[in-house]
Design a protein around this ligand. Structure first.
Ligand code: NAD
Length: 294
């Protein structure tokens, strides 16, 4: 059984702390909200008057806080975790924050002799409630092994992202994809309805193509990720279809802003002489442009 200080008992933290409790750990919670602290006590947890007190003599201190400023305050500020967490214990930040803030907090803690693991969470509070979160872990190898049994109380998937700071980076990359796709999904389904299509039909069709299943698990593995740019579906044709969609959406009065941005990139690809390459060659083009800048 470990003693765990848990800072931030909100939508995510409260149920994660409860899952630690139900696995037999001692969890001392701290949150600015009295309602959150009361709920943690109802779940069988203990509470402290500060992040520092919650972390005193703990084996782990965990933060599940809204942003980087909150993490800095709770960890490095007055009455913060760093004041009382023993040096042979680990601080685990599960919050989603800017990766450069993660690096700075980790360095500041290291200067005080405390090791940190960044382990942001994939999926939502629905899975957190069920103990089925996914963790993107940025840690030294030895720390990864130490935190895994603790994370296993709260989730079912732990991915070693490749060293300190990489969990935080992975989370932002992941969320760039999911947050942008959310907008594209909403725009496309709005357009679909405006064309007169039944929504269930649209969901069924797109659930069976790269549109709904995603390029990473359909088109990319057999083409651009293998260095194969021979066209299964060429850029010229993809752009023709995108142009039709943009024109039709404008006619229907539901312009799709992300499609207009995408169209510019297909135009760049054609200008780059890639019109007859596979549509996944867009990735090859962007990656090469980036490499030539750095
Ligand atoms: P939330 O707002 O419900 O909870 C945050 C809690 O932190 C609140 O109870 C607040 O009172 C407390 N808090 C803020 N500053 C504090 C401080 N300095 N000291 C102590 N307590 C403090 O947020 P959430 O949904 O639980 O999200 C927490 C983190 O998890 C965020 O970084 C979020 O981006 C990330 N996340 C959320 C989800 C989700 O589905 N909600 C999924 C994955 C990751």
């Amino acid at each position: 059984m470990a003693k765990i200080g848990f800072i931030g008992l909100g939508a995510m933290g409260l149920c994660m702390a409860r899952n630690l409790l139900s696995n037999g750990h001692k969890v001392i919670g701290f949150d600015f909200s009295k309602v959150a602290m009361d709920a943690h006590v109802e779940n069988g947890g203990e509470i402290a008057i500060s992040a520092a007190e919650a972390s005193a003599e703990a084996n782990f201190a965990i933060a599940m806080l809204p942003n980087g400023d909150a993490v800095k305050q709770a960890v490095l500020g007055p009455s913060g975790v760093a004041e009382k967490l023993p040096n042979d214990s680990l601080f685990i930040d599960m919050s989603t924050i800017h990766p450069l803030e993660t690096d700075q907090i980790r360095q500041d803690l290291l200067d005080q002799g405390i090791s940190m693991v960044d382990a942001p969470v994939g999926r939502t509070s629905v899975e957190a409630e069920l103990g089925k979160s996914l963790f993107m872990v940025g840690a030294e190898k030895c720390d990864f092994d130490v935190v895994q049994p603790i994370l296993a109380c709260m989730g079912d998937t732990f991915i070693d992202c490749g060293g300190p700071g990489t969990g935080s980076r992975m989370k932002i990359v992941n969320n760039l994809m999911t947050t942008s796709l959310n907008v594209l999904t909403a725009q496309v389904l709005t357009f679909s309805a405006a064309t007169g299509l039944n929504q269930n039909v649209a969901l069924e069709v797109m659930g069976g193509t790269a549109a709904g299943r995603g390029h990473m698990s359909t088109t990319y593995p057999s083409k651009v990720l293998r260095g194969d740019l021979e066209p299964a579906f060429m850029i010229d044709l993809a752009k023709k279809d995108l142009d039709i969609a943009i024109k039709f959406s404008e006619t229907l009065g539901v312009p799709i802003s992300l499609a207009i941005q995408a169209e510019k990139i297909y135009t760049d690809a054609q200008a780059d002489g890639r019109g007859r390459q596979d549509w996944t060659a867009i990735f090859d083009m962007l990656r090469k442009k980036q490499q030539s800048k750095s």
